[in-house]
Design a protein around this ligand. Structure first.
Ligand code: ADP
Ligand code: MG
Length: 174
């Protein structure tokens, strides 16, 4: 018995539009029961990525940053899974609030995307896609053809668990 190796892809994203495109590509790899955790500071682009993902999945309603809502369900417009978009920023570390969301109930039928979920949602599943978005500070600077320097993001995508062991993450960077 051994753990499945983690699969990792690192890519550079140069604009909000490219982040949306990454989300649309990512949607093609996802299926019901998948848990995606998004890590990155405020303004990194977590919600922008989720918006593209929702477009790629073909779900109802625009993905936005919820101000008061912690979890929003976007039903599929077709045959695909629903998107459950969670912003766990205001959730304490306590399990009670997490449990009230019943993510374990919705997960098998849905793609669950959680912003700020580190330390809060890991026990939902051993199989997780972890997306870390970093502002690429101190990089090569602005390149007019490639967008402004402050729009550059380093994105690291890691598949954890058997679900992702054979996943074609490289297709996301193509
Ligand atoms: P988060 O959910 O991580 O707080 P948002 O997606 O809500 O972040 O906001 C990201 C902001 O940064 C948006 O205003 C977006 O236009 C801007 N932005 C600039 N460059 C990028 C990029 N490469 N990817 C995503 N968002 C970017
Ligand atoms: Mg957000």
């Amino acid at each position: 018995h051994h753990e499945a190796p983690a699969v990792t892809l690192k890519i550079t994203v140069n604009s909000p539009e490219q982040m949306g495109e990454l989300g649309r590509r990512l949607a093609k790899l996802l299926r019901p029961g998948d848990l995606v955790m998004l890590t990155g500071e405020l303004g990194a682009g977590k919600t922008t990525l989720t918006r593209g993902l929702g477009e790629g999945l073909g779900v109802r309603g625009a993905v936005t940053s919820p101000t008061f809502v912690i979890a929003r369900v976007h039903p599929s417009l077709g045959e695909g899974p629903a998107l459950v978009h969670v912003d766990a920023y205001r959730l304490g570390g306590g399990l009670d609030e997490m449990e009230d969301l019943d993510l374990d109930v919705s997960l098998p039928e849905s793609v669950v995307v959680v912003e700020w979920g580190d330390g809060k949602v890991e026990e939902l599943s051993d199989d997780r896609l972890r997306v870390v978005i970093d502002r690429a500070v101190g990089g090569t600077g602005g390149d007019a053809a490639d967008g402004a320097a402050d729009e550059v993001r380093d994105v690291t995508i890691t598949g954890l668990g058997a679900r992702w062991a054979d996943a074609d993450l490289a297709s996301l960077g193509a």
